[in-house]
Design a protein around this ligand. Structure first.
Ligand code: ADP
Length: 516
C-alpha cells in the first residue's frame, strides 16, 4: 500500500525492462517522486521478486528475450500472491502493441516510449489509487459478509430458541400491538392455532382480564422501556384463566419497533402458594388470638404483678403478636377480596369526608414520627365504599409517614380530573379502559426515601417490599398496597406511584365519580 508519510516511500514499484537505459531513467524519475523502485532486466527475476515481496504496482516491458511481457503478466495473474497487483505495460513506439492482448492477459494500462514524465506519473498514481480503493472495497466487502454471516447465525440461534423454548413467546408490533409471530409453547398455552393469532391484537383475542391491558402495555413500551415479571391474568381460547409472569423487551425487526413478550406460566405455583398461605393463616388465627388474650391478662396484672423487666418483655411479645395478627388478617382479607367474598358496599360518599377521616386516623402516628400532614380536601360526591376507601388512604398515608424523616411533610389531596389511561401510562400499574369521564384523583405525596424505578410496579404485589428489612424495621406486612390495589380495582379505578429516589414518592388513586 502506498505510504504517504514523509520518510517512507509512497509505494513500492517493480520495473521489469531488458533495456538498462530505460530502467535507469524510470528508476531515477520514480525515486525522485518518492517511490521505492526495484528494477530487474529479466521476466523470470521479476516474477521471483514479485512473489517474494509483492510490490504495489509493476511496470512491465513487452519486448524482452526469454519471456516476453505478456507471458510474465500471465504468470503474475496465475499466482494468488501477485494476482491483484496492477500491471502497466511499456512498449516502444516502433513496436506493435497488441492492446487487446495486453488487457486480455490482465494489464490495467499501457504507456509508450519515449516515456513522458507527467504521463507515466499520472498513470501510476491513477492505478495506485484505483488499486487502493479496490482493496478498501474488498475489506469492506469482507466485513459486510462477516456481519451478514454473524447476523444469520444469531438469527438462526434466536429462531431455534424461539421455536423450542418451553416459555410461551410472542412478537407483536409496537404501533398496533399486532402479533407477527408466536412460538409453539404460546399456542399450547393459549389454545389458539397460528392463523388465529397472527395479525390480531391481544385485545381482539381477549387475552387478558382487562381487554385492553396487554395491548396498551405493548404500545407503551417505548415509554416504559423493558418490563420484567409483570403479573397478568391470561385468558385462553377456552376462557381458562392462567396467571403468567410476563417480561417484555423492545426489539427492532427490519426497522420495525416490536415487542418481544416472554411468558412464564405460574398458575400452578400460584395456586399452591395461595393454598399454603391461606391454610397457614387459618391455622394461625385461633392460637394467635388466644395468645393475645393471655398477653392481655398478663398485662392487666390479673395473674400477679410483673417486674419491670417482665413488663418490658411482655410489651415486646404483645407488639410482635399484634403484628402477626395484622399479617394473618391482611392475608385473609386479601384472599377474601380476590375471591369476591368481600363486597364493596358502595354508597354516595363525600371525598372530603373520606380524606378527613383517613387523615385524623393517621394524625397520631404523624405526630409521633414528627411528620407534618397537610390536607387539601375536595367536597365532591363519589360512588364508593367509604370504609374501604378510608382503609386505602390510611394505608398510603401510613406508608408515606413511616418512610419519611422527622421534619418532613406529607400532602394529601383530592382533585377533579379527566384522565386518559394512555397519558397516565408510564408507571401505572393497573391499566384499564380509556376513560375521559370525570374522575376523582387522590394524591398522597411524601418527601421520604423514594422507591427505585424497577420496584415501582412490584410493590403492589403481595409481600413485595423495597427492602427485606422493611417489615421488621417499619412494622409492615408487605400486603398493604396489594390490598389497596384490590380495593381500587373493585371501584373500577387505578392506583400507581411515581417516585424519585431520595426525594420522595407520590401515590395516585384515580376513581370514577359514578358507578360504571
Ligand atoms: P408494608 O406493610 O411493608 O408497608 P405495603 O404493601 O404497604 O407494605 O408497601 C410495600 C413496600 O413498598 C414497603 O415495604 C416499602 O418498601 C415500599 N413503599 C410503600 N410506600 C412507600 C413510600 N411512601 N415511600 C417509600 N417506600 C414505600
Amino acid at each position: 500500500m502506498p505510504n504517504q508519510s514523509l520518510n517512507s516511500p509512497k509505494a513500492d514499484i517493480l520495473v521489469i525492462d531488458d533495456t538498462p537505459e530505460n530502467l535507469n531513467l524510470l528508476s531515477a524519475m520514480l525515486t525522485q517522486q518518492g517511490y521505492k523502485v526495484r528494477s530487474v532486466t529479466k521476466g523470470s527475476t521479476g516474477l521471483r521478486g514479485a512473489n517474494a515481496v509483492p510490490p504495489d504496482l509493476i511496470l512491465l516491458d513487452i519486448n524482452m528475450p526469454e519471456m516476453n511481457g505478456y507471458q510474465v503478466c500471465e504468470h503474475l495473474k496465475a499466482n494468488d500472491r501477485t494476482r491483484e497487483i496492477p500491471v502497466i505495460f511499456i512498449s516502444a513506439l516502433d513496436e506493435v502493441l497488441d492492446k487487446v492482448k495486453a488487457f486480455a492477459v490482465g494489464g490495467v494500462d499501457y504507456i509508450t516510449k519515449p516515456l513522458q514524465l507527467e504521463e507515466v506519473l499520472a498513470r501510476i498514481e491513477n492505478h495506485l489509487m484505483i488499486w487502493k480503493l479496490q482493496k478498501q472495497l474488498q475489506v469492506q466487502n469482507e466485513r459486510l459478509q462477516q456481519e451478514i454471516s454473524d447476523r444469520a447465525k444469531a438469527e438462526e440461534k434466536f429462531a431455534k430458541a424461539f421455536r423450542s423454548s418451553p416459555n410461551p413467546i410472542a412478537i407483536a408490533t409496537v404501533s398496533e400491538g399486532r402479533f407477527i409471530d408466536v412460538n409453539p409453547s404460546f399456542l399450547r398455552m393459549s389454545g389458539y392455532c397460528l392463523e388465529e393469532v397472527i395479525g390480531h391484537t391481544a385485545s381482539e383475542l381477549d387475552l387478558s382480564k382487562d381487554k385492553e391491558a396487554l395491548t396498551q402495555t405493548i404500545q407503551l413500551l417505548p415509554n416504559t422501556e423493558s418490563l420484567y415479571n409483570l403479573e397478568f391474568e391470561f385468558y385462553t381460547k377456552s376462557l381458562e384463566v392462567k396467571i403468567i409472569l410476563l417480561s417484555i423487551e423492545l426489539i427492532d425487526l427490519a426497522g420495525v419497533q416490536c415487542a418481544l413478550l416472554i411468558a412464564n406460566d405460574i398458575t400452578e405455583r400460584k395456586r399452591l402458594e395461595n393454598e399454603f398461605i391461606s391454610l397457614v393463616s387459618h391455622e394461625l388465627r385461633t392460637p394467635l388470638t388466644s395468645t393475645m388474650g393471655a398477653l392481655d391478662l398478663l398485662a392487666a396484672a390479673q395473674l400477679g404483678t410483673l417486674t419491670e423487666q417482665g413488663q418490658k418483655i411482655l410489651r415486646i411479645a404483645t407488639t410482635n403478636t399484634e403484628r402477626l395478627i395484622r399479617l394473618v388478617n391482611d392475608i385473609l382479607d386479601l384472599e377474601r377480596m380476590k375471591f369476591g367474598k368481600i363486597f364493596m358496599r358502595k354508597v354516595k360518599c363525600n371525598a372530603a369526608d373520606v380524606l378527613t377521616m383517613a387523615t385524623e386516623e393517621m394524625q397520631a402516628m404523624a405526630d409521633k414520627l414528627q411528620v407534618k400532614l397537610i390536607v387539601h380536601p375536595l367536597a365532591i360526591e363519589l360512588w364508593a365504599d367509604p370504609d374501604r376507601l378510608v382503609q386505602t388512604l390510611t394505608n398510603l398515608l401510613s406508608n408515606a409517614i413511616k418512610f419519611s424523616k422527622p421534619g418532613d411533610t406529607v400532602w394529601i389531596s383530592a382533585t377533579l380530573t379527566e384522565h386518559n389511561s394512555i397519558e397516565l401510562g408510564k408507571n401505572e400499574h393497573s391499566l384499564t379502559k380509556d376513560t375521559l369521564l370525570p374522575n376523582c384523583l387522590f394524591t398522597i405525596q411524601d418527601q421520604g426515601r423514594g422507591i427505585p424505578k424497577d420496584k415501582l410496579q412490584m410493590i403492589f404485589e403481595r409481600f413485595q417490599q423495597v427492602d427485606a428489612s422493611d417489615s421488621r424495621n417499619k412494622g409492615g406486612t408487605g400486603l398493604g398496597l396489594a390490598i389497596c390495589r384490590n380495593i381500587v380495582q373493585q371501584h373500577d379505578g387505578k392506583i400507581w406511584v411515581e417516585s424519585i429516589l431520595g426525594e420522595g414518592s407520590t401515590f395516585y388513586v384515580l376513581l370514577p365519580l359514578t358507578a360504571s
